[in-house]
Design a binder for this molecule. Sequence first.
Ligand SMILES: Nc1ncnc2c1ncn2[C@@H]1O[C@H](COP(=O)(O)OP(=O)(O)OP(=O)(O)O)[C@@H](O)[C@H]1O
Ligand SMILES: [Mg+2]
Length: 152
Amino acid sequence: MNRTTIDYTARVENELDLTMPSLSVNEGMARAAVAAFCAQLNPTAVELADLKCAVSEAVTNCIVHAYRDTAGDIRINVKLCEGRIVQVEIRDKGCGIADVKKAREPLYTTDAAGERSGMGFTVMESFCDSVRVSSRLGRGTSVILLKRLHQA
Ligand SMILES: Nc1ncnc2c1ncn2[C@@H]1O[C@H](COP(=O)(O)OP(=O)(O)OP(=O)(O)O)[C@@H](O)[C@H]1O
Ligand SMILES: [Mg+2]
């Protein structure tokens, strides 16, 4: 897969919007909901597992980093696009990321408690064809995951 040819402007054929509070119990619900919605494209079990894992990492980041010691909404938008492209955007209005390039480096974490391994973005990148991150300090973060499913 050539990662530079992924098309972010492909025609949208179906779409789902979800909003949920940043409760850890909602992480499992979010990935199950995304998987259930994508099931209409008959993805392979591996494709589905990859997507769930990537969504799980992004949602967990909203809960543990964006809204650390606070609470807020997590918005998830799923687009099923022409060419069997799945696009999932996970957005928060939390603390934002000071240096996105640094945050995406393997093993980079701001977690002082030693509970995090700093591998969330790396996992998202390895399970998706493209990962876009945009963030503003104090305003929030958007992560867009793109995955092209096998041709049926
Ligand atoms: N939504 C977000 N809002 C604010 N900061 C974020 C967000 N997502 C990631 N970060 C920052 O980017 C860093 C790297 O994120 P990443 O998911 O790669 O690792 P981690 O969450 O620290 O550890 P792991 O995911 O392995 O448990 C985080 O430590 C945090 O500082
Ligand atoms: Mg993480």
